[in-house]
Design a protein around this ligand. Structure first.
Ligand SMILES: [Zn+2]
Length: 235
């Protein structure tokens, strides 16, 4: 058997670095620190994460596959700007899978899970009291991810992670009001129904919650410079 070629310095943990870049960029998008349309420079990201261009490119391609980064020929990578049609598709898909996710989550309900959901609701309420919009946006998405983790359904979990990241961009671009889209009271109602193992009620509440988030959006085509100034200036 031929000897293995010598590995480059960053090769042993290459996949680690790729996931660190992916997670870092996704977290920044989820917390609205990176705005739709922002250029994602390969060199800059490489410097931040101490990774080669190849690894940065791999990470960006994976994010593009998830629909939260768009790669334009000869221009590079940008944070995606979902269209109103993309937004409708994302919410249609969420309405389809999240009632099922709740159903599976109830099959897996345990005191430990209820405790974890309860702690999550506390965190959401604390962020609300502090007026910490970034944390509220992040925790909103995490609630939905947590329920999907609880469901133990790995395919749904994979789909939902992607849909949550896309939703975060959609909410940033198209929300009518400054309030983060998920209300803690809605989440609390869903958790209460999960605790009672009431599948019909939990699924119905999830569905109406998603409908309400979508109804709060103003889905019209945006001009290139129509990002809200308050968002750009970090207000
Ligand atoms: Zn929610």
């Amino acid at each position: 058997m031929a000897a293995k070629p010598r590995q480059k310095p960053d090769a042993p943990d290459a996949s680690d670095r790729v996931s660190r870049i992916r997670e870092g960029v996704t977290a920044a998008i989820l917390e609205h620190r990176l705005l739709p349309g922002t250029k994602l420079g390969e060199d800059e990201i490489g410097d931040i994460y101490g990774a080669s261009r190849t690894l940065v490119r791999t990470a960006l391609q994976q994010l593009a596959h998830e629909g939260i980064v768009s790669i334009e020929k000869n221009r590079g990578a940008f944070v995606a700007r979902p269209t109103p049609a993309d937004a409708r598709e994302v919410f249609e898909a969420r309405r389809l899978i999240e009632p099922s996710i709740v159903d599976h989550a109830i099959d897996a309900v345990s005191p430990a899970w209820l405790d974890r959901l309860g702690r999550h609701l506390d965190e959401e309420r604390e962020a609300e009291l502090r007026g910490d919009a970034r944390a509220q946006v992040r925790l909103s998405g995490e609630f939905h991810r947590l329920v999907a983790e609880m469901s133990g359904h790995s395919i749904y979990l994979g789909f939902l992670k992607e849909l949550i990241a896309r939703s975060s961009l959609i909410i940033l671009l198209y929300r009518r009001h400054d309030t983060p889209a998920c209300g803690t009271d809605h989440h609390a109602g869903i958790v209460a129904a999960i605790g009672k193992r009431d599948k019909a009620r939990a699924s119905a509440l999830m569905l109406s919650h998603l409908n309400e988030i979508e109804a709060e959006l103003f889905l019209k085509e945006l001009g290139a410079d129509e990002l809200r100034l308050a968002d750009v200036l970090g207000a």
